[in-house]
Design a protein around this ligand. Structure first.
Ligand code: 0L1
Ligand code: MG
Length: 260
């Protein structure tokens, strides 16, 4: 796929995000689009956001659970990028700013050192990580009914939309992140639960895999980046007036209210 086509698809997806409307998946028009093409579109999309003055907080991993990989019939997770305007502060976000959001509980890694693949291991990630923090990721596919193929969702920046970070910061080596139990509640009712091991066996493996995937493109993870490692719980549909709360054993609570 040529750069001009990729840039025009990226602009189309950005307009859907900005105008908060769902669109037909792009593989309807470009049925031959490959995963590689889709990452070129994503690169263009992030390039446009950077030109607009936004900044990258860090990459994120998606489709890291066996359930999601099976559902999408893939063997490897995908990545996208969290940008500064996606970080929710003040504990509230508005339904009217989004299309059809879902929420999932995750563990985020704050890197103290660069990590460069190939061959990165989970142990190396733990050594390079300053802190881990709890997070709620709000995904909001720009596609009708959250329906897409793998290239569609990669081009759409892996459905990235918003993130709420919790305030507990722990050294990653002070806990067994694979054993961290998590509950995700909406309006006081547990909607889903899981353990850190749902993320590729251990959330550090997710960061290692990300570093190795980026290395294929000559890219690396950078000190100071905050990385979402993937959903420990499933993604739960949101509606106005929901109060969302995740409890992560040893990592505290992270919560927000969804306004109209
Ligand atoms: O963060 C995620 O796992 C989302 C990846 C994209 C798939 C989806 O939108 O469900
Ligand atoms: Mg996620």
């Amino acid at each position: 796929m040529d750069r001009a086509t990729a840039a025009s698809i990226a602009s189309f997806l950005i307009s859907a995000e900005v105008e908060k409307r769902e669109v037909t998946r792009i593989t309807e028009k470009y049925p031959d689009m490959s995963v590689e093409d889709a990452y070129v579109v994503q690169e263009q999309l992030i390039g446009i956001k950077l030109e607009e003055g936004h900044q990258v907080v860090g990459p994120k991993m998606g489709l890291t659970s066996q359930a999601k990989m099976k559902q999408m019939n893939v063997e490897e997770p995908i990545y996208g990028y969290i940008l500064d305007y996606m970080v929710v502060t003040g504990g509230e976000l508005s339904m009217s700013d989004l299309i059809h959001p879902k929420v999932e509980a995750e563990i985020a890694f704050i890197l103290g050192r660069d990590i460069e693949g190939p061959g990165v291991t989970g142990a190396q990630v733990l050594a390079a990580t300053e802190y881990v923090i709890p997070a709620l990721e709000i995904i909001d596919s720009r596609y009708e009914n959250f329906r897409f193929t793998l290239p569609d969702v990669i081009a759409d920046n892996a459905s990235s939309s918003r993130v709420v970070f919790g305030s507990t910061m722990k050294r990653p080596t002070d806990m067994d992140l694979d054993l961290v139990g998590v509950t995700l509640s909406i309006n006081g009712e547990i909607k889903d639960l899981g353990a850190g091991a749902a993320v590729l066996g251990h959330p550090a493996n997710s960061v290692a895999m990300l570093a190795n995937m980026l290395a294929r493109k000559g890219l690396k993870l950078k000190a100071g980046q905050t990385i979402l490692t993937g959903g420990i719980t499933g993604a739960v549909m949101l509606k106005a007036n929901d109060f969302v709360s995740a409890r992560l054993d040893g990592l505290g609570t992270v919560e927000f209210r969804m306004k109209e």
